[in-house]
Design a protein around this ligand. Sequence first.
Ligand code: TXA
Ligand code: MG
Length: 320
Amino acid sequence: MQTVLTESPADAADFIKLGGIVAFPTETVYGLGADIFNEAAIAKVFEAKQRPADNPFIAHIGGLEQIGQVAAEIPDNAQKFIEDFFPGPLTLVLRKANDVPLIATAGLDTIGVRMPRNPIASEFLNACATPLVAPSANISGKPSPTSWQAVFEDLNYRIDCILQGESTEIGLESTVVDCTGSVPILLRFGSISLAMLRSIVPETRTYHAEVNEAPRSPGLKHRHYAPNAKVVLIDFKSEISNFELQISDSGRNAFIGIHEPDTDLKLRKICGSVKEYAATFFEFFRECDRRNIKTIYCETVDETGIGAALMDRLRRAEAR
Ligand code: TXA
Ligand code: MG
C-alpha cells in the first residue's frame, strides 16, 4: 500500500498503536519507528529496511520516565550523561529490561536508549505512549535520510506512514556510548564528541583502543552510508594537484567539501563550515545518484568535534 504522508504526530502515532511502522524526523536523521513491545511490528522494520538480523535497534523514548521500561538499571556514568545530554543526539547502551523482546536487540542483553530533542519527535513519541525501536529510515547500506523525501525515495510502499518534518538539523546519527562496563566506551562517533563526553566522565575511551574485544556494536561491521557512486576522499591541502589529474571524466564527477576546486565538475557543493558539510553530505550523496554521478570526491576535514563523526561516515562510504 502507498505510504501515508502526514504532518500530524497524533495521526502518525495511530499507525503505531495499530502495529504499523512510521518514519519520523529527529534532530539527527529520520527514524523508522515500531512499538518496542510488538514483535510483529519490529519484524516489519527488518523487512522494510532489508536490515541484517544481527543489527540491534535503538530504543527511543519521549520522556525520562520511560527509561525503566527499556533498561534494567542506570549506572552512575550513564546517569551523568543523561543529566547533560538528554534529550539530544546521544544513545546510551544499558542492560535491557526483561520485557524488551530479543528481536529488538538482535539477541543482546543490552539496549541502546535515546531521547530525541526534536520537538516533532517528542510529540510523536509521547503520542505513541510507548518506547519505539527506530533505526535510520533508509534501506540498509544506503545514505541515511535527512529529509522526508529521502525516506519516501527508499521506503514508499514499504512502510505505513511518514511523519513529515523539516530536514534534520545535525544530519549524522547519534553518538553511541556503551555504559555497561566500568568505563564508558564510545562505539559510534556523532555530534556529541569524545571531548564533550570526557568533560563529564574523563575515563571515557573509544572502542578502537582495545583490539582484543569482540565487536561491541554489531552494526558497525556492515556496509554503510554508501551511494551508488564511488566515494573518494581527498586531502585538499596535500593532494590538490593530484586531484586535478584524477578528474579526467569531469562530466560525471562531483565534489563536496569546504574549498572550491579549480576543476570542471558536473556537481559541486561548497560548504561554509564542517557543521554544514556534516548536515548536508548524505543528501548530496543521494542527489549524486539521482544525477548518475560516477565518482564523488569528498574533502577530508580535521577530526575534531563533529569532524571526527563526519570522517567516520566518509571512510565507511569509501570502503564499501
Ligand atoms: O541518530 C540515531 O541514532 C538514529 C535516529 C533515528 O535516532 N538511529 C540510528 O539507528 O542511527 P541505526 O539502527 O541506524 O543504528 C543503530 C546503531 C548501530 O550501529 C547498532 O549496532 C548500534 O547502534 N547499537 C544498537 N544497539 C546496540 C547495543 N545494544 N550494543 C551496541 N551497539 C548497539
Ligand atoms: Mg542506520
